[in-house]
Write a protein that binds this ligand. Sequence first.
Ligand code: NAD
Ligand code: UDP
Ligand code: UDP
Length: 324
Amino acid sequence: MSVVSKRILVTGGAGFLGSHLCERLLDAGHDVLCVDNYFTGRRSNVAHLMENPRFEVMRHDVTFPLYVEVDEIYNLACPASPVHYQHDPVQTTKTSVHGAINMLGLAKRLRAKILQASTSEVYGDPVVHPQTEDYWGNVNPIGFRSCYDEGKRCAETLFFDYYRQHRLRIKVARIFNTYGPRMHPNDGRVVSNFIMQALAGEPITIYGDGSQTRSFCYVDDLIDGLIRLMETDDDVTGPVNIGNPVEMSIRELAEAVIDLTGSSSELINEPLPHDDPVQRRPDISLARRVLGWEPKVRLRDGLQRTAAYFVELRKELDARGGTG
Ligand code: NAD
Ligand code: UDP
Ligand code: UDP
Protein backbone atom coordinates (compact mmCIF):
# COMPACT_ATOMS: atom_id res chain seq x y z
CA MET A 1 0.00 0.00 0.00
CA SER A 2 1.52 3.37 -0.95
CA VAL A 3 1.57 6.09 1.69
CA VAL A 4 1.02 9.78 0.94
CA SER A 5 4.04 11.48 2.44
CA LYS A 6 3.23 14.37 4.77
CA ARG A 7 5.33 17.00 6.53
CA ILE A 8 4.76 16.45 10.22
CA LEU A 9 5.82 18.61 13.17
CA VAL A 10 6.46 16.86 16.50
CA THR A 11 6.98 19.29 19.39
CA GLY A 12 8.82 17.69 22.30
CA GLY A 13 10.22 15.30 19.68
CA ALA A 14 13.50 14.69 21.54
CA GLY A 15 11.67 13.45 24.64
CA PHE A 16 10.63 9.95 25.60
CA LEU A 17 7.33 9.66 23.71
CA GLY A 18 8.29 12.22 21.04
CA SER A 19 11.39 10.30 19.92
CA HIS A 20 9.36 7.11 19.44
CA LEU A 21 6.72 9.05 17.53
CA CYS A 22 9.33 10.66 15.22
CA GLU A 23 10.77 7.21 14.53
CA ARG A 24 7.38 5.68 13.67
CA LEU A 25 6.39 8.59 11.41
CA LEU A 26 9.72 8.40 9.55
CA ASP A 27 9.28 4.64 9.16
CA ALA A 28 5.90 5.34 7.57
CA GLY A 29 7.62 7.53 4.95
CA HIS A 30 6.81 11.02 6.25
CA ASP A 31 9.01 14.11 6.60
CA VAL A 32 9.42 14.87 10.29
CA LEU A 33 10.38 18.16 11.91
CA CYS A 34 11.30 17.67 15.57
CA VAL A 35 11.11 20.84 17.68
CA ASP A 36 12.49 20.74 21.22
CA ASN A 37 14.21 23.03 23.73
CA TYR A 38 15.96 20.04 25.39
CA PHE A 39 14.54 20.84 28.82
CA THR A 40 13.97 17.15 29.53
CA GLY A 41 14.63 15.74 26.06
CA ARG A 42 18.02 14.62 24.84
CA ARG A 43 19.79 14.73 21.53
CA SER A 44 20.78 11.09 22.06
CA ASN A 45 17.08 10.08 21.90
CA VAL A 46 16.99 11.07 18.22
CA ALA A 47 20.68 10.57 17.31
CA HIS A 48 19.82 7.38 15.41
CA LEU A 49 17.39 9.33 13.18
CA MET A 50 19.85 12.05 12.14
CA GLU A 51 21.07 10.12 9.09
CA ASN A 52 17.56 10.09 7.66
CA PRO A 53 17.25 12.90 5.09
CA ARG A 54 13.54 13.22 5.93
CA PHE A 55 14.34 14.13 9.54
CA GLU A 56 15.11 17.60 10.83
CA VAL A 57 15.64 18.91 14.37
CA MET A 58 15.13 22.49 15.50
CA ARG A 59 16.00 23.82 18.96
CA HIS A 60 13.06 26.01 19.88
CA ASP A 61 10.88 26.81 22.88
CA VAL A 62 7.18 26.51 22.00
CA THR A 63 6.27 29.39 24.30
CA PHE A 64 7.60 31.55 21.43
CA PRO A 65 5.91 31.76 18.02
CA LEU A 66 7.01 29.26 15.39
CA TYR A 67 6.77 29.83 11.65
CA VAL A 68 7.25 26.63 9.65
CA GLU A 69 5.30 24.86 6.89
CA VAL A 70 3.77 21.49 7.82
CA ASP A 71 0.63 19.40 7.20
CA GLU A 72 0.17 17.94 10.68
CA ILE A 73 1.23 18.86 14.22
CA TYR A 74 1.67 16.57 17.22
CA ASN A 75 2.02 18.85 20.26
CA LEU A 76 3.96 16.89 22.90
CA ALA A 77 6.25 19.61 24.29
CA CYS A 78 5.91 19.66 28.08
CA PRO A 79 7.84 18.02 30.92
CA ALA A 80 5.82 15.02 32.10
CA SER A 81 7.43 13.81 35.30
CA PRO A 82 6.38 15.49 38.59
CA VAL A 83 10.02 16.16 39.51
CA HIS A 84 10.63 17.99 36.24
CA TYR A 85 7.36 19.85 35.88
CA GLN A 86 7.59 21.11 39.47
CA HIS A 87 11.17 22.30 38.97
CA ASP A 88 9.98 25.50 37.22
CA PRO A 89 6.19 25.44 37.59
CA VAL A 90 5.60 28.83 35.95
CA GLN A 91 7.47 27.68 32.85
CA THR A 92 5.41 24.44 32.89
CA THR A 93 2.13 26.35 32.71
CA LYS A 94 3.57 28.64 30.04
CA THR A 95 4.68 25.64 28.00
CA SER A 96 1.21 24.11 28.09
CA VAL A 97 -0.77 27.32 27.59
CA HIS A 98 1.44 29.59 25.44
CA GLY A 99 2.70 26.49 23.64
CA ALA A 100 -0.86 25.46 22.80
CA ILE A 101 -1.75 28.99 21.61
CA ASN A 102 1.30 29.15 19.35
CA MET A 103 0.78 25.67 17.91
CA LEU A 104 -2.93 26.35 17.39
CA GLY A 105 -2.07 29.68 15.72
CA LEU A 106 0.35 27.81 13.46
CA ALA A 107 -2.29 25.17 12.68
CA LYS A 108 -4.83 27.91 11.93
CA ARG A 109 -2.54 29.71 9.47
CA LEU A 110 -1.70 26.44 7.70
CA ARG A 111 -5.13 24.77 8.10
CA ALA A 112 -3.11 21.85 9.49
CA LYS A 113 -4.49 19.03 11.62
CA ILE A 114 -3.26 19.22 15.23
CA LEU A 115 -3.09 16.67 18.04
CA GLN A 116 -2.63 17.54 21.70
CA ALA A 117 -0.84 15.21 24.12
CA SER A 118 -3.15 15.72 27.08
CA THR A 119 -3.06 13.60 30.18
CA SER A 120 -4.97 11.51 32.69
CA GLU A 121 -3.91 14.23 35.17
CA VAL A 122 -6.86 16.31 33.90
CA TYR A 123 -8.92 13.91 36.08
CA GLY A 124 -6.81 14.86 39.13
CA ASP A 125 -7.47 12.59 42.11
CA PRO A 126 -10.47 10.95 40.46
CA VAL A 127 -13.64 10.03 42.31
CA VAL A 128 -15.01 8.28 39.19
CA HIS A 129 -13.25 4.98 38.59
CA PRO A 130 -12.25 3.87 36.00
CA GLN A 131 -12.04 7.25 34.31
CA THR A 132 -14.28 7.94 31.33
CA GLU A 133 -13.82 10.93 29.03
CA ASP A 134 -17.05 12.57 30.22
CA TYR A 135 -15.73 12.83 33.81
CA TRP A 136 -14.72 16.46 34.58
CA GLY A 137 -12.12 15.56 37.16
CA ASN A 138 -11.12 16.48 40.69
CA VAL A 139 -8.13 18.81 40.41
CA ASN A 140 -6.59 21.04 43.07
CA PRO A 141 -6.12 24.39 41.25
CA ILE A 142 -3.46 25.74 43.64
CA GLY A 143 -1.34 22.71 44.57
CA PHE A 144 2.12 21.50 43.56
CA ARG A 145 0.76 19.48 40.63
CA SER A 146 -1.53 22.26 39.39
CA CYS A 147 0.99 23.80 36.97
CA TYR A 148 0.83 20.57 34.99
CA ASP A 149 -2.81 19.57 35.54
CA GLU A 150 -4.35 23.00 35.03
CA GLY A 151 -1.93 23.85 32.21
CA LYS A 152 -3.08 20.73 30.37
CA ARG A 153 -6.74 21.45 31.15
CA CYS A 154 -6.38 24.98 29.77
CA ALA A 155 -4.66 23.59 26.66
CA GLU A 156 -7.70 21.32 26.12
CA THR A 157 -9.96 24.38 26.49
CA LEU A 158 -7.93 26.23 23.86
CA PHE A 159 -8.07 23.26 21.49
CA PHE A 160 -11.86 23.09 21.72
CA ASP A 161 -12.26 26.88 21.38
CA TYR A 162 -10.09 26.93 18.24
CA TYR A 163 -12.19 24.01 16.97
CA ARG A 164 -15.49 25.83 17.59
CA GLN A 165 -14.31 29.35 16.74
CA HIS A 166 -11.91 28.69 13.85
CA ARG A 167 -13.08 25.23 12.67
CA LEU A 168 -9.63 23.74 13.25
CA ARG A 169 -9.19 20.00 12.86
CA ILE A 170 -8.21 18.95 16.39
CA LYS A 171 -7.47 15.67 18.17
CA VAL A 172 -7.07 15.47 21.95
CA ALA A 173 -5.48 12.35 23.46
CA ARG A 174 -5.61 11.84 27.21
CA ILE A 175 -2.49 9.78 27.81
CA PHE A 176 -2.22 7.57 30.90
CA ASN A 177 1.07 6.50 32.54
CA THR A 178 3.38 5.25 29.81
CA TYR A 179 6.79 3.60 30.14
CA GLY A 180 9.51 2.14 27.97
CA PRO A 181 13.00 2.64 26.57
CA ARG A 182 14.27 6.27 26.46
CA MET A 183 12.51 7.31 29.65
CA HIS A 184 14.96 9.58 31.41
CA PRO A 185 16.76 7.46 34.02
CA ASN A 186 16.63 10.27 36.62
CA ASP A 187 13.28 11.82 35.90
CA GLY A 188 11.71 10.47 39.07
CA ARG A 189 8.87 8.53 37.46
CA VAL A 190 8.03 5.30 39.12
CA VAL A 191 9.00 2.79 36.41
CA SER A 192 12.39 4.37 35.72
CA ASN A 193 13.09 4.82 39.44
CA PHE A 194 12.21 1.24 40.34
CA ILE A 195 14.17 -0.34 37.50
CA MET A 196 17.25 1.85 38.05
CA GLN A 197 17.12 1.13 41.80
CA ALA A 198 16.70 -2.61 41.22
CA LEU A 199 19.61 -2.74 38.77
CA ALA A 200 21.85 -0.84 41.19
CA GLY A 201 20.79 -3.04 44.14
CA GLU A 202 19.58 0.10 45.95
CA PRO A 203 16.39 0.26 48.03
CA ILE A 204 13.17 0.58 46.02
CA THR A 205 11.45 3.77 47.16
CA ILE A 206 7.71 3.27 47.59
CA TYR A 207 5.99 6.58 48.33
CA GLY A 208 3.28 6.18 50.95
CA ASP A 209 2.17 2.62 51.67
CA GLY A 210 2.16 1.68 47.98
CA SER A 211 -1.57 0.99 47.86
CA GLN A 212 -2.16 3.80 45.32
CA THR A 213 -2.80 2.42 41.84
CA ARG A 214 -1.73 3.24 38.29
CA SER A 215 -2.21 1.53 34.91
CA PHE A 216 0.94 1.30 32.81
CA CYS A 217 0.99 1.35 29.01
CA TYR A 218 4.00 0.31 26.96
CA VAL A 219 5.28 3.07 24.66
CA ASP A 220 4.77 1.18 21.35
CA ASP A 221 1.08 0.68 22.12
CA LEU A 222 0.70 4.31 23.08
CA ILE A 223 2.31 5.63 19.89
CA ASP A 224 0.09 3.33 17.84
CA GLY A 225 -2.94 4.89 19.56
CA LEU A 226 -1.76 8.46 18.91
CA ILE A 227 -1.18 7.81 15.21
CA ARG A 228 -4.56 6.12 14.86
CA LEU A 229 -6.22 9.10 16.50
CA MET A 230 -4.49 11.55 14.14
CA GLU A 231 -5.74 9.47 11.19
CA THR A 232 -9.42 9.49 12.21
CA ASP A 233 -12.08 11.43 10.27
CA ASP A 234 -12.39 15.15 11.03
CA ASP A 235 -15.51 14.67 13.17
CA VAL A 236 -13.43 12.72 15.74
CA THR A 237 -11.93 15.33 18.06
CA GLY A 238 -11.62 13.37 21.29
CA PRO A 239 -10.81 13.68 24.05
CA VAL A 240 -9.92 10.00 23.89
CA ASN A 241 -8.28 8.07 26.72
CA ILE A 242 -5.19 6.22 25.54
CA GLY A 243 -3.68 3.91 28.11
CA ASN A 244 -3.59 0.38 29.40
CA PRO A 245 -6.55 -0.59 31.58
CA VAL A 246 -4.59 -3.16 33.59
CA GLU A 247 -4.45 -1.53 37.02
CA MET A 248 -2.01 -2.37 39.78
CA SER A 249 -0.79 -0.98 43.08
CA ILE A 250 2.63 0.63 43.27
CA ARG A 251 3.68 -2.09 45.71
CA GLU A 252 2.73 -4.75 43.13
CA LEU A 253 4.79 -2.88 40.53
CA ALA A 254 7.79 -2.88 42.89
CA GLU A 255 7.43 -6.63 43.40
CA ALA A 256 7.13 -7.22 39.65
CA VAL A 257 10.35 -5.25 39.02
CA ILE A 258 12.24 -7.17 41.74
CA ASP A 259 10.99 -10.45 40.35
CA LEU A 260 11.92 -9.57 36.79
CA THR A 261 15.39 -8.22 37.50
CA GLY A 262 16.23 -10.81 40.18
CA SER A 263 17.37 -7.88 42.33
CA SER A 264 18.16 -8.16 46.02
CA SER A 265 16.89 -4.61 46.64
CA GLU A 266 14.71 -4.11 49.71
CA LEU A 267 11.45 -2.16 49.60
CA ILE A 268 11.40 1.03 51.67
CA ASN A 269 8.64 3.58 52.26
CA GLU A 270 9.05 7.32 51.76
CA PRO A 271 6.52 10.14 52.22
CA LEU A 272 3.74 10.39 49.68
CA PRO A 273 4.05 13.53 47.48
CA HIS A 274 1.33 16.23 47.73
CA ASP A 275 -1.96 15.48 45.95
CA ASP A 276 -0.73 12.08 44.70
CA PRO A 277 -3.80 10.49 43.04
CA VAL A 278 -5.08 7.45 44.94
CA GLN A 279 -6.25 5.47 41.92
CA ARG A 280 -6.07 5.69 38.15
CA ARG A 281 -7.32 3.43 35.38
CA PRO A 282 -8.55 4.41 31.93
CA ASP A 283 -11.86 3.31 30.52
CA ILE A 284 -10.79 2.75 26.90
CA SER A 285 -14.20 1.86 25.41
CA LEU A 286 -14.08 4.98 23.23
CA ALA A 287 -10.58 4.21 21.92
CA ARG A 288 -11.66 0.64 21.16
CA ARG A 289 -14.70 1.91 19.26
CA VAL A 290 -13.32 4.89 17.29
CA LEU A 291 -9.69 3.85 16.88
CA GLY A 292 -10.08 0.07 16.84
CA TRP A 293 -7.22 0.21 19.33
CA GLU A 294 -6.22 -1.53 22.51
CA PRO A 295 -2.83 -2.22 24.11
CA LYS A 296 -1.08 -5.44 23.11
CA VAL A 297 2.14 -5.50 25.16
CA ARG A 298 1.90 -7.23 28.54
CA LEU A 299 3.50 -5.54 31.54
CA ARG A 300 6.12 -8.24 32.00
CA ASP A 301 7.31 -7.99 28.38
CA GLY A 302 7.28 -4.20 28.48
CA LEU A 303 9.23 -4.07 31.74
CA GLN A 304 11.76 -6.54 30.34
CA ARG A 305 12.40 -4.36 27.27
CA THR A 306 12.67 -1.27 29.47
CA ALA A 307 15.07 -2.96 31.88
CA ALA A 308 17.22 -4.07 28.92
CA TYR A 309 17.42 -0.43 27.79
CA PHE A 310 18.49 0.75 31.25
CA VAL A 311 21.12 -2.01 31.49
CA GLU A 312 22.70 -0.72 28.25
CA LEU A 313 22.38 2.89 29.38
CA ARG A 314 24.12 2.15 32.66
CA LYS A 315 27.00 0.53 30.76
CA GLU A 316 27.36 3.61 28.56
CA LEU A 317 27.20 5.96 31.53
CA ASP A 318 29.76 3.89 33.45
CA ALA A 319 32.06 3.95 30.43
CA ARG A 320 31.76 7.75 30.32
CA GLY A 321 32.00 8.08 34.10
CA GLY A 322 28.72 10.06 34.22
CA THR A 323 25.29 9.71 35.80
CA GLY A 324 23.07 10.80 32.93
P1 NAD B 1 9.50 14.05 28.23
O1 NAD B 1 9.83 14.98 29.35
O2 NAD B 1 10.43 12.93 27.95
O3 NAD B 1 9.31 14.86 26.88
C1 NAD B 1 8.86 16.18 26.80
C2 NAD B 1 9.67 16.90 25.74
O4 NAD B 1 9.22 18.25 25.62
C3 NAD B 1 11.16 16.97 26.10
O5 NAD B 1 11.94 16.60 25.00
C4 NAD B 1 11.38 18.43 26.46
O6 NAD B 1 12.69 18.88 26.26
C5 NAD B 1 10.35 19.12 25.58
N1 NAD B 1 9.94 20.43 26.05
C6 NAD B 1 9.56 20.78 27.31
N2 NAD B 1 9.24 22.07 27.35
C7 NAD B 1 9.42 22.57 26.08
C8 NAD B 1 9.25 23.84 25.48
N3 NAD B 1 8.82 24.90 26.20
N4 NAD B 1 9.51 23.98 24.16
C9 NAD B 1 9.94 22.91 23.44
N5 NAD B 1 10.12 21.69 23.95
C10 NAD B 1 9.85 21.52 25.26
O7 NAD B 1 8.03 13.51 28.52
P2 NAD B 1 7.15 12.42 27.75
O8 NAD B 1 6.85 11.36 28.70
O9 NAD B 1 7.77 12.07 26.45
O10 NAD B 1 5.81 13.24 27.51
C11 NAD B 1 5.48 13.79 26.24
C12 NAD B 1 4.10 14.42 26.30
O11 NAD B 1 3.14 13.43 26.65
C13 NAD B 1 3.97 15.54 27.33
O12 NAD B 1 3.18 16.56 26.80
C14 NAD B 1 3.29 14.86 28.48
O13 NAD B 1 2.54 15.78 29.24
C15 NAD B 1 2.40 13.86 27.76
N6 NAD B 1 2.08 12.72 28.65
C16 NAD B 1 3.02 11.77 28.94
C17 NAD B 1 2.69 10.72 29.80
C18 NAD B 1 3.68 9.63 30.13
O14 NAD B 1 3.35 8.76 30.95
N7 NAD B 1 4.84 9.57 29.56
C19 NAD B 1 1.41 10.65 30.37
C20 NAD B 1 0.50 11.65 30.08
C21 NAD B 1 0.84 12.68 29.19
N1 UDP C 1 1.59 31.76 15.59
C1 UDP C 1 2.73 31.04 15.35
N2 UDP C 1 2.95 30.58 14.08
C2 UDP C 1 2.11 30.86 13.05
C3 UDP C 1 0.95 31.60 13.32
C4 UDP C 1 0.72 32.05 14.60
O1 UDP C 1 3.51 30.75 16.25
O2 UDP C 1 2.39 30.41 11.92
C5 UDP C 1 1.34 32.24 16.95
C6 UDP C 1 1.26 33.73 17.03
O3 UDP C 1 2.39 34.20 17.71
C7 UDP C 1 0.01 34.02 17.79
C8 UDP C 1 -0.55 32.66 18.21
O4 UDP C 1 0.09 31.73 17.34
O5 UDP C 1 0.29 34.72 18.98
C9 UDP C 1 -2.04 32.56 18.04
O6 UDP C 1 -2.36 32.83 16.67
P1 UDP C 1 -3.80 33.33 16.27
O7 UDP C 1 -3.77 33.57 14.78
O8 UDP C 1 -4.82 32.40 16.75
O9 UDP C 1 -3.99 34.64 17.10
P2 UDP C 1 -3.50 36.13 16.88
O10 UDP C 1 -2.29 36.11 16.01
O11 UDP C 1 -4.64 36.80 16.25
O12 UDP C 1 -3.21 36.58 18.27
N1 UDP D 1 6.19 6.61 43.13
C1 UDP D 1 6.80 5.80 44.08
N2 UDP D 1 8.17 5.76 44.11
C2 UDP D 1 8.94 6.42 43.22
C3 UDP D 1 8.32 7.23 42.25
C4 UDP D 1 6.94 7.30 42.24
O1 UDP D 1 6.13 5.16 44.90
O2 UDP D 1 10.18 6.30 43.30
C5 UDP D 1 4.71 6.63 43.09
C6 UDP D 1 4.11 8.03 43.06
O3 UDP D 1 3.94 8.54 44.37
C7 UDP D 1 2.80 7.75 42.36
C8 UDP D 1 3.11 6.63 41.38
O4 UDP D 1 4.31 6.03 41.88
O5 UDP D 1 1.84 7.29 43.28
C9 UDP D 1 3.33 7.10 39.95
O6 UDP D 1 4.27 8.14 39.98
P1 UDP D 1 4.84 8.83 38.66
O7 UDP D 1 5.64 10.02 39.11
O8 UDP D 1 5.51 7.83 37.80
O9 UDP D 1 3.53 9.28 37.86
P2 UDP D 1 2.20 10.09 38.26
O10 UDP D 1 2.17 10.33 39.74
O11 UDP D 1 2.29 11.34 37.49
O12 UDP D 1 1.11 9.17 37.84
